[in-house]
Write a protein that binds this ligand. Structure first.
Ligand code: AHG
Ligand code: MN
Ligand code: MN
Length: 334
């Protein structure tokens, strides 16, 4: 395959997409640069005493890992200076981060999870950075209000993730399909390796933290049990796979098909995952790849967030598998 760099790919797309301005391409370029910096720190983590926790607890009530904090700082530093943003929201920041007046301001809003799956860091298992991009509502200027940021996922103009795995990969959609790029560390560039990614209509893998079984209601148990007993079109049983890093579990689902589930339970009645920095961007990718993302009752992308850190149940992946769950929730066990 001819080597197409992500920059070349974006420039080609910029010509085809009226909404993709030079500002938008610049935003993506700086996001990619941030991802490369984070990848480098992760690769060296075991050597630089940056494994383990900081001893702090974040706004989500979760232990902050040193690399959560480093990734967050790399993103905030670079992206505030990119000239395309007016505000950011990070999983690790309680409040909206507005671009300060000393930096050039643009029309876009960036929401991100700087390091997803960070509890896996100490055991050298995949982690990733997930991002979601919105445009500021037309005609608004001055200080950005929270309401301008709390947009439903359908309004995203771009979304993706950088997966730090055996290879570092960027998976991106600007609304024209999903494209995957692999970092060639020798040249320091992401090269197009997975053009036009499509999720199979039905998969053969389900992914859920079965340890939550005792906290699920009967309807959720029925939904999970469905995949323990149903068959693929060629008569095979489904396999269970759960990394515990959403970005990695989603990446596998995007390529092989199947379903990733994080249902509500009695301890987490709204689910665990964050709508804006986790569910929305992956739902955008899933739909762009021909799959589906649901909260069990309806489309993730239509949910209007009531806060930056709103949580949601998530069922995402192959259309048939997600629809099977929606059908079960449509007839709750009483
Ligand atoms: P984060 O590391 O950004 O806090 O996200 C962790 C999330 C997600 O990546 C993963 O799928 C999920 O937590 C795992 O939760 P359980 O350990 O409850 O299964
Ligand atoms: Mn996360
Ligand atoms: Mn995180």
């Amino acid at each position: 395959m001819a080597d197409i760099t992500v920059t070349e790919h974006l420039l080609l797309h910029q010509k085809r997409t009226p909404q993709a301005t030079g500002q938008f391409t610049g935003l993506l370029y700086d996001l990619i640069l941030s991802g490369k910096s984070i990848a480098r720190r992760i690769n060296q983590a075991g050597l630089l005493d940056i494994l383990g926790g900081t001893g702090e607890v974040n706004v989500q009530g979760e232990n902050v890992q040193k690399l959560d904090s480093i990734a967050n700082r790399i993103m905030l530093y670079r992206m505030e200076r990119c000239g395309a943003l007016c505000a950011m929201s990070s999983e690790e920041e309680a409040d909206l981060v507005r671009v300060r007046p000393e930096f050039p301001r643009g029309d876009y809003i960036l929401i991100f999870d700087p390091l997803d799956g960070s509890s896996n860091i100490d055991v050298n298992i995949n982690v990733g950075t997930i991002f979601s991009i919105f445009r500021r509502p037309e005609g608004n200027t001055g200080e950005v209000s929270l309401n301008e940021v709390l947009q439903p996922g359908v309004k995203q103009v771009g979304a993706g993730y950088i997966l730090y795995g055996p290879a570092t990969m960027l998976v991106l959609s600007t609304g024209q399909g999903v494209h995957g790029f692999t970092l060639d560390p020798g040249v320091g560039e992401f090269l197009l390796s997975h053009p036009n990614m499509r999720i199979p209509q039905q998969g053969h893998i389900y992914s859920v933290n079965g340890g939550n079984w005792k906290n699920w209601d009967e309807t959720t148990r029925k939904a999970v049990s469905w995949f323990r007993t149903c068959e693929t079109p060629d008569g095979k049983a489904y396999s269970a796979r759960y990394v515990g890093a959403l970005v990695a579990d989603f990446h596998r689902t995007l390529i092989y098909g199947g379903i990733y589930m994080y249902p509500p339970d009695i301890v987490k009645p709204h689910g665990k995952l964050r709508l804006m920095c986790e569910a929305n961007p992956l739902a955008f990718l899933a739909e762009q790849a021909g799959g589906k993302a649901s909260d069990g009752h309806g489309r993730i992308l239509e949910r209007v967030p009531d806060a930056l850190h709103t949580r949601t149940p998530l069922f995402i992946g192959s259309t048939k598998d997600v629809e099977a769950v929606e059908n079960i929730y449509a007839h709750p066990v009483v």
